[in-house]
Design a protein around this ligand. Sequence first.
Ligand code: HSE
Length: 416
Amino acid sequence: MTNIALLGLGVVGGGVAEVISQNNDTIARKTGEHINIKYILDLRDFPDHPLGGRVVHDINTILADPEVTVVAEMMGGSHPAYDYTRAALEAGKHVVTSNKEVVATFGAELLRIAKEHHVRYLFEASVGGGIPVIRPISSCLAANELTEVDGILNGTTNYILTQMIQASKSFEEALAEAQQKGYAERNPAADVEGIDSCRKICILSALAFGKLFSPNGVHTEGITAITGEDVANAEAYGGVIKLIGRTGLVDPSDPASGVFMLVAPHVIPHDNPLSGVDDVFNSILVRGNAVGDVMFYGRGAGNLPTASAVVSDIIDIIAHKDAEIFVPDWTSVSADELVAQQTLPYAFLVRVRIDATYDAACEQIRSVYPGVEILTNSDAYASVLSFVTPQTTESELKDALSTIGEAVSLIRIMPE
Ligand code: HSE
């Protein structure tokens, strides 16, 4: 039997307790051992929960108990989650987590501490909820030079955008539903402002390129400014708007060319498989120089899908408990080392408030971008013009717009 401790009995912690209680015999059949949840650390008491008697309020009870070999951290937030994780690793306990904030901020250091103490720090649940993506990238695709990772990485925003696109619901209504279903973060600003996706793409980037860029400096746009007009323009162009995290090599054939990373709403053309990823589902496309494109798809948030990933890490530890497993080395670096996103080649879906007449504005835009696709119908009184540029860069586009009018929205079109 393996004794574990859960840190946090919220949405994910509750899900982990449920999965272990439901599937313990199945787990034992696969690993030879049952899992025993010996302690649950939480600020609250749970008198009505079947494991309510195992709740403790002091981390030292867990750290001091040599029978506990695995700690599952599902507290959320940086502190005290980071401090408890560090203390558990230093006490010689394996740690598994769903906490992307801690992995994205302190992952390099925690992996190093895990290595020094011959224990493991696993975080399958930190990206993509229940989708197996961390272990497949680190193991199954290890033979590749990875060149790009793109993903719909946040279930809450994907749920909201889907409801706005397909059911004409308001942003607020759809967010309330996502919160009620347990998808959203404690502070949903982290979801809708792209911060959660940013942490996840930083983790994926570290897996792909070995460098953990600080999430703070990564260009991050959320979905709060997306309107029904943007949704309609994307449809007129032939796509849907999705919040995308992207990271990759600027020149896929040259690993020294530099890494780019950003989080922003993108128009996904209907022929791109990411366009069909709706509701709470997430999807991650990984491009490798041997395998080509691989896509992962599944439920990116919610108690049981995320618990599935947490428990899979516990099972991995039990299954390999006598092995010395290779632990990756990540270097922690500033986001200043990323290639500036303003220089990345993109076509843009643009809405601009025009000062001139419709015809004059179209002429001005065509003089800069002869291949431009104007989406707004001819209307002498139109004050806002929508169009799609040919491939350009954000820097060039902003220069061009300064002579045409005030930009209302700029949305990138996902390249092939
Ligand atoms: N709030 C996150 C989401 C939870 O909506 O995707 C899973 O990380």
